[in-house]
Write a protein that binds this ligand. Sequence first.
Ligand SMILES: *[C@@H]1O[C@H](CO)[C@@H](O)[C@H](O)[C@H]1NC(C)=O
Ligand SMILES: *[C@@H]1O[C@H](CO)[C@@H](O)[C@H](O)[C@H]1NC(C)=O
Ligand SMILES: *[C@@H]1O[C@H](CO)[C@@H](O)[C@H](O)[C@H]1NC(C)=O
Length: 398
Amino acid sequence: MRKAETRQQRKKVIYRSACLSFLLAITLTFLQRGTNPGRFLQDQQLSQNAVKIQKEETSFPNSFWETRKLEMTEATEEQVKTWDVTTITCTANSNFTTMDWFKELEPNFQQFLLYRHCRYFPMIINHPEKCSDHIHLLIVVKSIITQHDRRETIRKTWGKEKEVDGKKIKIVFLLGTASKNEERANYQKLLDYENFIYGDILQWDFLDTFFNLTLKEVHFLKWLSIYCDNVDHIFKGDDDVFVSPNNILEFLEGNTVENLLVGDVVNNARPIRRKDNKYYIPKTLYNKNHYPPYAGGGGFLMSGSLAKRLYKASEMLELFPIDDVFLGMCLEILKVNPINHKGFKTFGIVINKNSKMNKEPCFFRSIVVVHKLLPDELRHMWDLVHSNLSCSRKLHLL
Ligand SMILES: *[C@@H]1O[C@H](CO)[C@@H](O)[C@H](O)[C@H]1NC(C)=O
Ligand SMILES: *[C@@H]1O[C@H](CO)[C@@H](O)[C@H](O)[C@H]1NC(C)=O
Ligand SMILES: *[C@@H]1O[C@H](CO)[C@@H](O)[C@H](O)[C@H]1NC(C)=O
């Protein structure tokens, strides 16, 4: 649950610059690699394993932009389990449309309830091979199709895939489809290409809207249960946060908690009943006075084994429109308490915009995650934190 407002104006600029920078990047890549007539789309098998293609330096997809659609959904190797949803068979649930309480609801909540039973959608882009090695830390980032520049910045900073002392760190981005019609065709093509280069996109065939964030949560939990038996820990967060992987690794070093979920935990939060609030929840949807304890969705850390148990718990619940509260409900079923940690700042510092901390590299060095930064701010701070920084005033957060 975020407390900051979305800024339409800025977004527009970002979209435009994202588009431009992406095209520029492609042009540069093209020039650097030279032109070697594309085997990419002539060879059906190649398209089924993006990672393999990436390693072949000489093959460049000349004809990439001329073809309609990439098929990256099936794995060639034998898989014990695969994503089993391949068609959308979901119609509106008209069971309660005649009821008074339903008629009184706001249209967006009506829409939510009509389709709440549509639980799983087909995958458009999958990477069944992502967890084929033992992974120490899987970084999982919620993103939307238009935020290419954020993903690019994350890959270059805190989300870089690497190996530290034999411990592998990998990343995936979670996406639905473009929520606006006019964005769909062009952005999908760009996303396919981005995935072709980096091999780190997971995409499902549902609209990327605010109320569908919980769908993203359950899709990821299901995906993890199918494909990732070898993941020790998961960091899950937004695409506009600053994260310190070193501090996460350091934290995990001394950790022995079995069902670990640590983050910016909210206890006794009350459902918001003011209709003009982004997080408004009508009583017909949730009539208790408090939510169970939950960790802010901006960034939290959990053990891989707990994530699997959370998937099972999620299947026992109806979807709830706020994703981090929904995860709190799953934790409640499992009787697992999320642990609060001062290094996770997913609500705090945005509210006090003028806080000195916002510009203090030593603060950023000491935290695990901070909400919320634009790509250029993020990269600047990352460079500062990893420069020859001498922090005189000790900040003991960890
Ligand atoms: C609608 O109600 C019927 C009868 O109670 C039930 O069988 C069905 O599953 C309900 N539909 C949905 C989508 O929940
Ligand atoms: C969620 O995605 C589905 C599938 O694209 C769509 O039908 C539905 O309207 C979306 N729900 C909301 C609340 O946006
Ligand atoms: C970092 O600081 C140390 C000590 O102040 C200095 O010896 C070293 O050259 C510096 N390194 C860089 C890359 O600036």
